[in-house]
Design a protein around this ligand. Sequence first.
Ligand SMILES: Cc1cc2nc3c(=O)[nH]c(=O)nc-3n(C[C@H](O)[C@H](O)[C@H](O)COP(=O)(O)OP(=O)(O)OC[C@H]3O[C@@H](n4cnc5c(N)ncnc54)[C@H](O)[C@@H]3O)c2cc1C
Ligand code: FES
Length: 252
Amino acid sequence: MDDIEGKVLSNRAIAPGYCLLRIRLSRSMGAARPGQFVMMKIPGEDIFLRRPFSIYDYQKGVLTIMYKVVGKGTERLSKTPKGASILTLGPLGRWFTVNRSASPVVVAGGIGFAGVYSLIKTLRGNSSIFFGCSAINEISLLKDAMRFHPLVATLDGSYGFKGNVVQLFKKHLKGLKDKNVEIFTCGPDNMVKSLKQLIEPYKIPCQVLLEERMACGMGLCFGCVKKTTDVQEPYKRVCKEGPVFDLWEIFL
Ligand SMILES: Cc1cc2nc3c(=O)[nH]c(=O)nc-3n(C[C@H](O)[C@H](O)[C@H](O)COP(=O)(O)OP(=O)(O)OC[C@H]3O[C@@H](n4cnc5c(N)ncnc54)[C@H](O)[C@@H]3O)c2cc1C
Ligand code: FES
């Protein structure tokens, strides 16, 4: 797989510390499935490793990434102007698989929303969506998904339910656990861990998109391994065998 060159069409802040980047690719990257990601070479000689980002949207040769500024690479990315050239490699990794006989439930926290949005879109409103963030000023992350009526939790109670997204989901679990549901999730480690604890007694099927640190993103360096319940080959590469895993097969 080769890098694809792209030109930045827009790169703008959508909430404090969050940006939306649109890039016109110079050639097609082929079909991108929900949960897949790209490795992006951020402009600048001093940022050596590519960074992984979920494919938020990909249509008519335009790739959209939603990202949170957390460090050197994303800080630099946020300052990359319109017209700049960026190299991307993808689509990479394994995607979410939807069991058509189950009702989909999406649980996302913060920038984890970027990992599940393309799935939400594919499900065309046929999913229950739970989203959690810190405060009302992050609600604009949900702009494209508002038409699917997400249920929202904010830590400070400035919008929707006051508390975290797992506490919000817990309030609805009673009605869901006897139904045939499947959960799709992406978010901070502590969110995924507490979600797992909550649904453990009911063994609800759940696929999780893991945002592990990556170096090559292509299965070569083994820098992203996660321990699983597979007795024969317990260590799986998040970039190759993931980033989407069965929650019940992963040690968090
Ligand atoms: C499959 C996948 C999809 C991802 N999709 C998105 C996305 O759509 N939008 C988005 O904003 N981010 C996404 N990430 C996370 C993103 O890759 C990191 O935030 C980014 O690489 C950080 O680069 P940096 O140079 O700014 O931070 P660094 O300077 O490298 O690190 C700054 C801080 O961020 C933490 N950090 C770095 N990488 C990660 C990571 N992978 N997960 C959690 N914490 C990390 C570090 O521990 C450190 O505290 C994804 C990661 C993976 C593996
Ligand atoms: S990042 Fe190199 S093997 Fe996954």
